[in-house]
Design a binder for this molecule. Sequence first.
Ligand code: FEO
Length: 404
Amino acid sequence: MYNVRKIVDDLYWVGGSDHRLELFENIHPISDGVSYNAYVLLDEKTVLFDTVDWSICRQFLENLEHVLNGRDLDYVIINHMEPDHAASMEEVLLRYPNAKVISTEKSIMMMYQFGFNVEGRTETVAEGDSRCFGKHTIAFVDAQMVHWPEAMVSYDTSNGVLFSADAFGSFKALDGKLFADEVNFDRDWIDEARRYLTNIVGKYGPEVMHLLKKAGTLDIKVICPLHGPVWRKPEDIQYILGKYIKWATYEPEEKGVLIVYASMYGNTESAAQVLATKLVEKGMTNVRVYDVSKTHVSYLVSEAFKYSHIVFASVTYNLQIYPVMKEFLEHLAMLNLQNRICGIIENGSWAPQSGSLIREFLDDEMKQMSIINSELSIISSLQEKDQRDMDLFVDSLLDTMNEE
Ligand code: FEO
């Protein structure tokens, strides 16, 4: 059965949600599902904006057919060629043999790379180009590396609708609620929006900012992303823009302490909990504690983008950083996280050195990660004699908060 929604006059959502997929990009858990959005413009010409992942192709084709209501499809605009959006493109072209594909040069090159038969059916566009389809003129804006090099966004100059590709997207299935104003976004969606952006596009903060600057010159009334809800209220658009600026510039959203620990037998965990308690007792209640071994790294990355302070508490393992903690650090570096205040707690029963190795990693592999002076080195377990060092550690962390 078709399942579509009207966005504004002449424009319809024809995407769908998927609750079956376990791992987005076969790496990030999506226990609340994900949506793949596609849109149809009914003008003198009919225009489809992007397609969907193969998993929901059947639903999407039914939606497309219903919205076209007997009309032929004239154009498919591909803003982003990644298969979670473009996988169903070839099926659309088979069903609508007169449809032409409009996209960037790199994107068309990728269509051939992915084995799509688009010979004689493509029109290349670049930044500054536009196409008129009747009442609606669509302008194309380069969005390189948001999130692949071929990406662009499209802007309807007649009504201010921005087709923003991966930008402003989110994990989570829509479950009927297409618009951001139909959900409590700040309560129910923001964590998944941050986890999506930081893990998928986090590395490309400067490119996201470049796109946001260009978007700032447009009179945007509605944002139609390829995942997650559509944004149509000015205050909601300002809200998500504000979040994007923070994430893209690696500025923390909140003053608070993220404590991530790696513990084999519960002793480093105990130290992490003691630290949390002391912070709270001294008034810093915005503290989150995670076991690195039990929490998927995508959640930890998202939290690291959120908080101003990060404490890495790690046991020493084979004279190295505990492997899962090392992996977390590598993800942070890969995603370009920077500008955080860090504390380090190490543990080891005969040769603790995870602390110096973490320090080395933060100094050499990451940018603007300042480490507080106090370091806590635990031999096997936190003892009464370590209380003074722990208190100094807490005070050092809190001092940096008061300085800000
Ligand atoms: Fe949702 Fe970069 O694809």
